[in-house]
Design a protein around this ligand. Structure first.
Ligand SMILES: NC(=O)c1ccc[n+]([C@@H]2O[C@H](COP(=O)([O-])OP(=O)(O)OC[C@H]3O[C@@H](n4cnc5c(N)ncnc54)[C@H](O)[C@@H]3O)[C@@H](O)[C@H]2O)c1
Ligand SMILES: N[C@H](C(=O)O)[C@H](O)COP(=O)(O)O
Length: 335
C-alpha cells in the first residue's frame, strides 16, 4: 500500500484545556510536514495571543485539508462545527467545548477515512465535558473505533523506554475480570505483535502481564492467569508470535524497560499506564492500534489546572506528531 498522503490532521481536543496552547507551541516550533488543525479558530487565535506569538503565527481558515500548504507561520484551521465564544475561559469545564472536541475528532476521522489526511494526532479531550456535551463515549479510542468500523483495536502507550498495550481500556476496575477472555487476550497479543512489526521490529518479544498479584501464584491469588491468560499466550505462540507470560505485573515493566521485551500486554488501564506516565508525560505517546489509518495522541489530559497559564509542555504532542510522521513514512501504515 502507498504511504497515505495529505497533511497531518491535529485535533484541538477540549478548547478549555491545554490543547490550544500546546498546538500553538507545536506550530511555533516548526513542523516538517503540512498540518491542519481541526478546531476552533477564535480559540486558537486567543491562545496564540496569550503566548505572545501573534507576530510569528497567524490562523488561516481552510475549507479542506489540502489547503494546508505548510507555509511558515501559517496555522491552518478547519472547522465544520459552530464557533465557540473566543473568550471561553481556559480551565473551566464547559459542555460546549466538550461537544466541540467530539465534533473536531469526527471530522478528522471522516477526512482520514476519505484519504485526505496522512494521519491524525489528537490533543486531549475531557471525557466528563464531552459527555456533558452529549457525546457519550469513554474517550477518543472508542470514537475512532466506532466511526471507522474497527472491530479489533487496542490502546498502546510508548515512550523511549517502554511500549505497553492494554487488554481492557476505559472500564471500571470491577469489570476487568469479566473482560479478560481468551479471545480478548489473544487479539491484544496479536495487535501487540503487529504494532511492533510496524515499528520496525522484525521479531517482537511480547510479554504478557498477569492480572493477579504474582500472576496468581499458581491459582492461590485468582485463577484468570492460569485459566485464561496462559492458554491465550499458548495460542499466540502456536500462531508464531513470540509471546510469553503471564508474568508478575509488578516486575514485568522493569524487565521490559531493561530491554528483555519489546512490548508488554497489560491487563487494565492503570496497570499499563502508570509505568509509562511515571517516566514522564513529556515524551509519551498514545497510539490506537488496529485502525485503518494512523492515530497518535498525547499521553496526558486536558490539565485544566494549568490551562491558559502558558506553562503547558508541548513535548508529548511533538512526540505524537513525529511518531505519526514516522509511522506513515513507509509502505502504508497497516502492514
Ligand atoms: N489523550 C487524551 O485525550 C487524554 C489523556 C489522558 C487524560 N485525558 C482526560 O483529561 C482529563 C484530565 O485528566 P487528569 O487530570 O487525570 O490528567 P492530566 O494529564 O490532565 O493532568 C495530570 C497532571 O499533569 C499535569 N500536566 C498534564 N499535561 C501537562 C503538560 N503538557 N504540561 C505540563 N503539565 C501537564 C497537569 O497540570 C496535572 O497536574 C480527564 O477527563 C481525562 O480523562 C485525556
Ligand atoms: N487512557 C488515556 C490516557 O490516560 O492517556 C486517555 O484516557 C486517552 O484515551 P483516548 O485516547 O481514548 O482519549
Amino acid at each position: 500500500m502507498d504511504a497515505p498522503s495529505g497533511p497531518i490532521g491535529i485535533t484541538m481536543g477540549d478548547a478549555a484545556g491545554i490543547g490550544p496552547e500546546i498546538i500553538a507551541k507545536l506550530f511555533d516550533g516548526g513542523l516538517p510536514h503540512p498540518s491542519v488543525v481541526y478546531g476552533d479558530a477564535g480559540i486558537l487565535d486567543a491562545a496564540i495571543a496569550r503566548l505572545g506569538l501573534a507576530g510569528r503565527l497567524r490562523v488561516e481558515l481552510v475549507g479542506e485539508p489540502d489547503a494546508a500548504t505548510g507555509a511558515p507561520g501559517a496555522v491552518p484551521v478547519l472547522n465544520r462545527w459552530q464557533a465557540l465564544p473566543p473568550d471561553l475561559p481556559p480551565g473551566r469545564p464547559d459542555p460546549r467545548a466538550g461537544r466541540a472536541a467530539y465534533e473536531f475528532l469526527c471530522h478528522a476521522i471522516d477526512d482520514a477515512l476519505a484519504g485526505k489526511l496522512r494521519a491524525i494526532v489528537t490533543a486531549p479531550l475531557n471525557k466528563k465535558t464531552m459527555q456533558a456535551g452529549g457525546a457519550d463515549y469513554p474517550g477518543h479510542t472508542e470514537i475512532l473505533a466506532e466511526r471507522s468500523g474497527t472491530q479489533h483495536y487496542a490502546m498502546m502507550l510508548a515512550n523511549q523506554e517502554l511500549r505497553v498495550i492494554l487488554v481492557t481500556i476505559h472500564v471500571p476496575l470491577r469489570r476487568v475480570s469479566e473482560l479478560i477472555t481468551i479471545d480478548n487476550e489473544l487479539e491484544t497479543i496479536r495487535l501487540a505483535h503487529r504494532a511492533c512489526r510496524q515499528a520496525g521490529i522484525a521479531s517482537p518479544r511480547v510479554a504478557v502481564a498477569g492480572l493477579n498479584p504474582h500472576a496468581g501464584e499458581d491459582g492461590r491469588f485468582g485463577r484468570e492467569d492460569l485459566d485464561i491468560i496462559a492458554p491465550a499466550v499458548e495460542l499466540a505462540r502456536r500462531e508464531g508470535v513470540d509471546a510469553t507470560g503471564p508474568w508478575p505485573g509488578d516486575t514485568i515493566f522493569m524487565r521490559a524497560r531493561r530491554g528483555e521485551f519489546d512490548i508488554v500486554v497489560a491487563q487494565y488501564h492503570d496497570q499499563g499506564l502508570i509505568p509509562v506516565k511515571y517516566l514522564g508525560v513529556d515524551e509519551g505517546v498514545n497510539v490506537t492500534v488496529g485502525l485503518p489509518f494512523v492515530r497518535t495522541s498525547v499521553d496526558h489530559g486536558t490539565a485544566f489546572d494549568i490551562a491558559g497559564r502558558g506553562i503547558a509542555d508541548p513535548g508529548s504532542l511533538r512526540a505524537a506528531y513525529d511518531l505519526a510522521l514516522g509511522m506513515t513514512r513507509g509502505p502504508g501504515p497497516l502492514a
